[in-house]
Design a protein around this ligand. Sequence first.
Ligand code: SF4
Length: 325
Amino acid sequence: MGRRRIAFFVPHMGCGRKCIYCDQNAITRGAGGHVTPETVADVVSAQRSPVELCFFGGSFARIGTPRMRAFLDVVCRAPEGSAVTFSSYPGDFDGDTGLETIRVLKNYPIATIELGIPTLDPVVLKICRRDDDPAAIMRAIERIRGNGFHLGVQMMAGLPRQTAESVTRDVKTLGSMMPDDVAWHFRLYPCLVLRGTELERMYRREEYEPLSLEEGIRAGGAAILEAERVGFAVIRVGLTESESLKKSVVAGPYHPAFGELAMSEKRALSLRSENPDGPWTIERRVLSQLTGHGGRGIRRLAEMSGISEREARDRLVVTAGFPSR
Ligand code: SF4
């Protein structure tokens, strides 16, 4: 599409009450100052080629129509071909208010609407103090899809009472709603215990046990594999590393290279599912998914196959071909 992405972080803008695990200030601190339509317009005025203005870290469709329009109007002053992407609550597109929001959005070039769908499990949603129930989420997706918008889903792994199986099941369910000719965007975040959140209090009271790093990686790898199988375009796994995030993490599957580690798990799982005992054919350009991080992928391949790492290496067939995913 040739659009340069410019991310604006709007921590908790429009969120109302916070979800128990969330602290966008910790996640996005240092990623920019206070964002207003005017500051966005300043950035846009310096652009000479199409841009994608991305509003992340809040519930964009919940900030009220006048303010939403003010932000969206800015894209009309950007170079032709520019568009807007934003993250929001699914429920913002449900009911009469949601219909009105859709009407507004149809007047603007919207690249992607990213929905925070941490899980489809109603019990987990409730514990996390999410406003939506699964039925509202499904209605929202149907409506967004029916109006021709491109969608992104932001899912999580390791929430209270959430299982790894339910994560992959949810990925499959959401994937089944995707049109055949489109790849919706997929992001997966491991649930971390961040300082000052309700989840931290639950953790301190021993009401919540976070995933270990290894559990998080395995859940992430399985989710990515399923996401690719059902046709999502996986664009992010793990939170963006930053000093403020590092300082805020109290517990949970935190690692600066979480995404790469989850990819190593996914690669091992996918090779095993294609051919349980090998040989395993892998293109050179993705070989590092097995050999990187101390050969974690090879180790998992060996462990899952009940053989030594040496044997697992011997069963690899490295090709120079064009990789599928
Ligand atoms: S998870 Fe999303 S909706 Fe919930 S508090 Fe964080 S930014 Fe707001």
